[in-house]
Ligand binder design. Structure first.
Ligand code: G6P
Length: 370
């Protein structure tokens, strides 16, 4: 087994480090930067021209895949102006969802075997929707039943806490956005090219971030004895705050909550005191100033701040106990880089605590029962 870990202490750490390569695999053969376009190849169950009738997309997913789908919503709506809903599969299947022949249902799943996601997808098909599965496992139940499939090429994921499956799902979300944006005439060649160039640079940028270690060990040493963490993000980083909190609770057993930064004043602010670490995602983007006010509010209440910011942003240092930097990239790329910070943070805290990182208690890699 240890040979398979290729020298890494845990599969999870190995899989975190594999991400640049797996993102490259996911892009390969699908992206033409020159033409500013994406090609997923033929999809058996989807006739030519059907896309022109498409009115709405509904993602169904569970767990980490659900957060990836939420980010896909921001991207797809922005790039293609097609309305997107994202639903927890376990909720979707027990109500009376509005779905018809002009709906595209996208089940998103690492395993392709999650019982709730499969049931939600089958329900959507019964109601007339077309389905394109975003899935990591070839020949899984989901990929056999869907009208079309877009594989994430993350490779086998062993760690129960999902990492590389998530980042490759984000890459597919970006590719779907460009693909639809071009077909719907919202993005022109130049617009598509700009996004795909930025996406092409991600593996290299991400590789550099993976060298960081000391600062995460420092955080683990100083922050692992707390009872609870709050994570704040806004815009397309709100789902990353939720994913960061999920990663931490899954593997370190520390309670953590991911919250939309703008909602802090409606509740979580009551929790803030010197015992609560708050992780704030605040790279330079359209909501930077808004999130900056969260830093001030947390600091005024003696909260401990772990801040994820753009390299060279000195303004946040006045408030932060620790700053974790990401390179300066376009807003739509920020989720891909900030999630690596979330993964490393959770990993090092859990490793410091000595939990069973790859097989956390009570969790299963894939939940095939309801
Ligand atoms: C389980 C796993 C999670 C995963 C979720 C959805 O809860 O522990 O890591 O995100 O299932 O799995 P899927 O295979 O559908 O993405």
């Amino acid at each position: 087994i240890s040979a398979e870990k290729q020298g890494y202490k845990h599969f999870m750490l190995k899989e975190i480090h594999e991400q640049p390569e797996r993102i490259t695999d996911t892009l390969r053969g699908r992206v033409s930067v020159d033409r500013g376009d994406v090609d997923f190849g033929p999809m058996e169950g989807i006739e030519d021209g059907w896309l022109d009738t498409l009115e709405r997309i509904v993602f169904v997913a569970c767990g980490t895949s659900y957060y990836a789908a939420q980010i896909a919503k921001y991207i797809i709506e922005d790039f293609s102006r097609v309305p997107v809903d994202v639903e927890l599969a376990s909720e979707f299947r027990y109500r009376n969802p509005i779905i018809n022949e002009r709906t595209l249902c996208v089940p998103m799943s690492q395993s392709g075997e999650t019982a709730d996601t499969l049931a939600a997808m089958r329900l959507a098909m019964e109601l007339g929707a077309k389905t394109i599965a975003v899935c990591n496992v070839v020949e899984s139940t989901m990929t056999r039943e869907a009208d079309g499939v877009i594989y994430t090429h993350a490779g086998p994921e062993i760690g129960v806490a999902s990492t590389k499956a998530f980042s490759t799902q984000l890459v597919v979300g970006l590719m779907l956005g460009v693909w639809l944006g071009r077909r719907r005439g919202v993005l022109d060649e130049e617009g598509g090219r700009e996004i795909l160039e930025a996406l092409r640079d991600v593996p290299q940028t991400m590789s550099k971030m993976l060298h960081e270690k000391a600062i995460y060990k420092h955080i683990a040493y100083n922050f692992s004895d707390v009872n609870s963490f709050l994570y704040l993000g806004r815009g397309n980083l709100y789902p990353i705050a939720a994913e960061g909190a999920l990663k931490l609770k899954e593997i370190s057993y520390i309670h953590a909550e991911g919250y939309a930064a703008g909602e802090m004043k409606h509740g979580p602010i009551a929790l803030i005191d010197e015992s609560l670490p708050v992780v704030v995602l605040i790279p330079k983007n359209r909501v930077y100033e808004k999130v900056f006010s969260n830093l001030e509010e947390v600091k005024a209440r003696q909260g401990r701040l772990i801040v994820v910011a753009t390299e060279g942003d000195d303004d946040v240092r006045e408030f932060a106990d620790v700053v974790l930097e990401i390179p300066d990239v376009p807003e739509y790329i920020q989720p891909l880089l900030t999630v690596v910070v979330m993964q490393l943070l959770a990993y090092h805290i859990a490793d410091f605590k000595g939990t069973d990182v790859d097989q956390p208690r009570n969790l299963a890699k894939s939940v095939t029962v309801e």
